[in-house]
Design a protein around this ligand. Structure first.
Ligand code: DC
Length: 239
């Protein structure tokens, strides 16, 4: 699909901890496109549900009150004029930090299995990407949100490689985490993301597979521009 602005939609899906957002952000910067972190949107919904006490009875959400709450959940992105970075907002509140806590990470997979939550997020994502010029990362972008995207990438890496990257990340944040625990969490998230009934994580047939187990971020950027050079040049981007 070529939209009327001539700008592309870049859809990036894949497993947890494959470095999707780092990769997507860099591509957006290079192409001068908007970057949309759809995981942040599901995280923001999760945060509001935690604050409302919907998880008080355990890990599994109480679906009914969450669906009722949806009309009162307002997720958006706001550009921070100092840093130039898009920040996730819940109502008028910037929640960029709060949505990255362990509590949110532990519950977000469940929230993202709820059909009504997904329908609302997909609608919002389509509004944001209207007109193209967007790099969006998530789990269902190439399959559900933008099946017509010109560029679709499915990212993966070996489980152990992803677990070690995640463990390092947590260590850098001062969290002492056991490798085996991180690996188990990654396996659990893969199971939930790929096994859920609504919009399960899967590679779109026309997505290009990127296994970055042995690649640096520079390797990945080189791969991106080599693979999609022609398409990008057609739209007049420098790349
Ligand atoms: O990318 P992330 O780890 O921040 O995503 C958080 C969770 O949200 C993850 O468990 C899967 C879910 N998610 C989803 O179901 N669909 C998306 N488009 C993006 C994220």
């Amino acid at each position: 699909m070529k939209n009327n602005t001539g700008k592309l939609i870049v859809a990036i899906d894949g497993h947890s901890s494959t470095g999707k957002s780092t990769f997507a952000k860099l591509i957006a910067r290079e192409l001068n496109y908007i970057y949309v972190d759809t995981g942040a949107m599901y995280r923001a919904v999760t945060l509001q549900c935690i604050e409302k006490g919907f998880f008080d009875k355990g890990d599994e959400p109480q679906t009914e009150p969450i669906i009722k709450e949806l009309d009162h959940i307002h997720v958006s992105f706001r550009r921070n004029s100092e840093t130039g970075v898009n920040e996730t907002c819940l109502g008028n509140r910037v929640v960029e930090k709060e949505i990255r806590t362990m509590a949110v990470s532990a519950h977000v997979s469940y929230i993202s299995t709820i059909r009504e939550v997904r329908e609302k997020m997909v609608m919002l994502q389509r509004e944001i990407g209207e007109g193209g010029g967007v790099v969006m990362d998530g789990r269902d972008i190439g399959t559900v949100v933008y099946p017509e995207a010109e560029i679709k990438i499915f990212m993966t890496a070996e489980e152990e490689v992803r677990a070690e990257r995640r463990r390092k990340e947590l260590e850098e944040k001062g969290m002492d985490t056991d490798f085996e625990k991180v690996l188990e969490n990654i396996r659990k998230r893969d199971r939930i993301d790929s096994g859920r009934e609504v919009s399960p994580l899967k590679k779109a047939e026309d997505a290009v597979l990127l296994d970055n187990s042995d690649m640096t971020i520079d390797d990945q950027m080189k791969w991106f521009f080599e693979t999609f050079r022609e398409l990008i040049d057609e739209t007049g981007n420098e790349g």
